[in-house]
Every structure is written in C-alpha cells, then in structure tokens.
Write a protein that binds this ligand. Structure first.
Ligand SMILES: [Zn+2]
Length: 268
C-alpha cells in the first residue's frame, strides 16, 4: 500500500496543470507567443491577443469549469490511482463523500477500453461470485482470465456459468495457441477448447500454484471494492471491472498523476 505523500501548495498544481494543457512554455493557443501567469486571478494572459485562458475552460475535458482547487484535483487523482478509500480521499481533499464518489465514478467512466487482443501462453481462467446473499444483494458472476506471463486480463459479467457462456468467453478472449488452466467445474467437461490445450486442476488436493494468479486477482478486486464501498455493490461492477482491465492491460496510464491527468485533459 503506497503511503500518502506530502502534497505541495495549490500554486504548484495550478502551474503544473497549466503546463500540461498549454505546454512547458505556456504558448498562446491562438498566436503561439508566450503568455503570463496570473495566479491571483487564476488565469493565463496573452498580451498580444488580449485574451485570458484557464486550464479549466480550455480543452479541459472532465475538468470543464470545475470549482475545485488545483490541489484538490491533484489529490483526487493521486488517491484514485493509488486505490485509496473514499474516506482517505475525503479527509485529504476536505470534499464531501458524494463529491469524491462522483469524481471517482467520472474517472472510471472515462477510462479507455484498450483492446489487447486475445490472451496467449499459459492462461488461468476461473469464475467468481460477487455480492453476498446475506447482504440481500443480487449475486452476479464474473468470468475472468489472466495471462500468466504478462498479467494481462479479461473480465466479463456473465448471466450464468454454463458451458455455452464459458465457451463464448474462451472464443472471444483466448487465443487458439493458448494453454487454458481451469478448475474441475463440470461445465468445462462439455466444452471443446480445441485447438487450445486444456489443463484442469483440482483445488481440493491443493494444486493452487496453477491458479494462484487468477485467485489473487479475485481477492485483490474484492478487497479494493470493499475498501471503497464497505461492501460489494454489484450494480457498480461493470465499470469497476473495466477499470481493473485497464490497470492490468494499460499500466502506463496509471503510473503517475501527470500521465493520468494529461489523458483526462485530452478527452472531452
Ligand atoms: Zn495570443
């Protein structure tokens, strides 16, 4: 778990965001000459065009006309990237619970859906139930696969774990050249994985090393959701699964707050 760092002043993040949007030399988008920063009034000034620019209104993407301070925005992004709970984020940013929750949902909804093609090599596959009957929740099933060598993953919400459903998942997401490792769930007996190789392992006799990666993934995702929302909210699961796919398949996007912020500035 990453420790919360020391955050700098609002001015630091204001200047950083200006540079992410207008470039390191803060050139005017219209005449391409250097602008000056007016921190007190929170705008950039082009004396040639006699025009004001703000990063919150120029190609601001998600941040269009936001009232949050630059420091609050930066902290929100840092917490999101590092999977901090809503409570931690709230106490850092001094924002309300619903505000933090709304921003996290926005980040999640604006993630790309990176197509990494089909998984190959050794692929561990499994299904997992999300939600709990004793919390009076609908249980939903997620089927997932992880490429052992690279950690790339595929996750899908499915209506059941019949052989037809699993078979569709395999055809959609796993290469013909892969070796698929599953548990001994009976639906797999009826699936032809051909020309893929299929290895089914028996959990009851402790063959966990073949499924350690997918088991680890389930527990990570469930822990993350519980930390965020105390319990697993199955109605929010779809965007969360996409987020996890992106975290595994597109890790560079989540590497630093600057990379992630630049991405958010580019989308609208
Ligand atoms: Zn200008």
């Amino acid at each position: 778990m990453k420790r919360v760092p020391y955050f700098f002043s609002n001015l630091t993040y204001w200047r950083r965001f200006n540079r992410l949007v207008f470039g390191d030399s803060l050139l005017c988008p219209k005449c391409n000459l250097a602008m000056s920063e007016n921190y007190k009034l929170r705008y950039l000034w082009c004396k040639y065009c006699r025009k004001k620019y703000r990063y919150t209104s120029f190609k601001a993407g998600l941040f269009y006309s936001t009232k949050l301070s630059s420091k609050q925005l930066y902290q929100l992004i840092w917490c999101y990237l590092n999977k901090k709970s809503i409570d931690t984020t709230r106490s850092l940013t001094k924002l309300s619970y619903p505000t933090v929750e709304r921003w996290i949902a926005r980040f999640r909804d604006h993630l790309p859906e990176t197509d990494v093609g089909k998984l190959n090599g050794l692929v561990q596959m499994d299904e997992s139930f999300f939600g709990r009957v004793r919390h009076k929740q609908d249980q939903v099933i997620v089927v997932g696969a992880i490429e052992a060598e690279t950690g790339r993953i595929k996750l899908e919400l499915v209506p059941n774990r019949s052989s037809k459903t699993l078979s569709n998942f395999i055809d959609g997401h796993i290469s013909h050249k892969a070796t698929v490792i599953t548990d001994k769930w009976r639906a797999y007996d009826e699936i032809s994985m051909f020309p893929r190789e299929h290895l089914s392992v028996n959990h009851s006799i402790g063959e966990f090393r073949f499924s350690n990666k997918i088991e680890g993934l389930w527990s990570e995702i469930k822990k993350h959701i519980r930390r965020m929302y105390q319990k697993i909210l199955t109605n929010k699961l779809k965007p969360i699964l996409n987020e996890w796919q992106e975290r595994h398949n597109n890790p560079r996007l989540f590497e630093s707050a600057d990379t992630f912020t630049s991405y958010l500035f580019q989308i609208s």
